[in-house]
Design a protein around this ligand. Structure first.
Ligand SMILES: [Zn+2]
Length: 243
């Protein structure tokens, strides 16, 4: 599962020195690596701003069911079921539907169209996520003694998913529904899921997904090969259930 404490918490002196070096490197836009070993873990993704939750009627007017634009998208919303890392459905997920802000949904439909021309397609694991579901994830980390997942950037306490501006997905062969090999399961919280941490066919599949998404304006997240975010629409936080 997660990285052990020793991987991420060197002695205080080294950590301080490393921080100083990282700051210098960041100023020079140089990747921050240690002299001795693997790259310093990427910082946690910046949580979204602590904004008020927009009324449900606003959410209903701005969020779009992605299958209304791309009916051939496969949707398997894992937090609607017990088949997720918490072992139970999350609150706010009622139906197996994937919503995004309209602009992001339109971009996703273009990704799907381009992939279909290559004999591939997308399978969605999560999209818009109600704020109450994110709170349930954070509560789970406390119960499971996995605060490290918040610290290490695998679970955001204020996620872009709550804005309808992030999506989790993989590539499939539409004819069979078979998922392309990506090296880890969705929601594997370890360095094995870091996009660049792969070789051969797995690296090629991850790059294929990444480049197809980036071509339509999505940004990848280097710690999770399945997670992509979208910028543009004014960010608004929602809690309307997925139904
Ligand atoms: Zn995600």
């Amino acid at each position: 599962m997660g990285r052990s404490a020793k991987d991420v918490l060197p002695t205080a002196g080294v950590l301080t020195l490393r921080k100083a070096l990282c700051i210098s490197a960041a100023l020079l836009s140089v990747a921050c690596t240690t002299a001795a070993g693997p790259p310093v873990p990427a910082p946690a993704p910046v949580n979204t701003a602590e904004t008020a939750i927009a009324p449900d009627r606003v959410a209903d007017s701005l969020l779009v069911d992605v299958q209304s634009l791309a009916p051939d998208l496969v949707v398997d919303m894992r937090y609607t079921t017990a088949n997720n890392f918490t072992g139970a459905p999350l609150p706010g997920y009622i139906a197996n539907r994937a919503y995004l802000r309209r602009e992001a949904a339109a971009a996703l439909s273009r990704v799907q169209r381009a992939l279909r021309e290559r004999g591939l397609g997308l399978k969605v694991f999560d999209a818009y996520r109600p704020a109450r579901a994110t709170e349930a994830m954070v509560d789970w980390t406390a119960r499971a003694n996995r605060a490290d997942l918040l610290r290490d950037g695998y679970i955001a306490s204020r996620s872009r998913h709550n804005l309808g501006l992030a999506i989790d997905l993989t590539l499939i062969e539409p004819a069979t529904g078979r998922e392309l090999e990506m090296g880890t399961e969705f929601d594997t919280f370890s360095s094995a899921a870091h996009t660049a941490n792969a070789s051969g066919a797995i690296a090629a599949n991850r790059q294929l997904l990444k480049s197809a998404m980036e071509r339509e304006g999505f940004a990848s997240y280097d710690q999770e090969w399945w997670h992509f975010s979208f910028s543009g629409p004014e960010p608004l936080r929602f809690d309307v259930p997925v139904r």
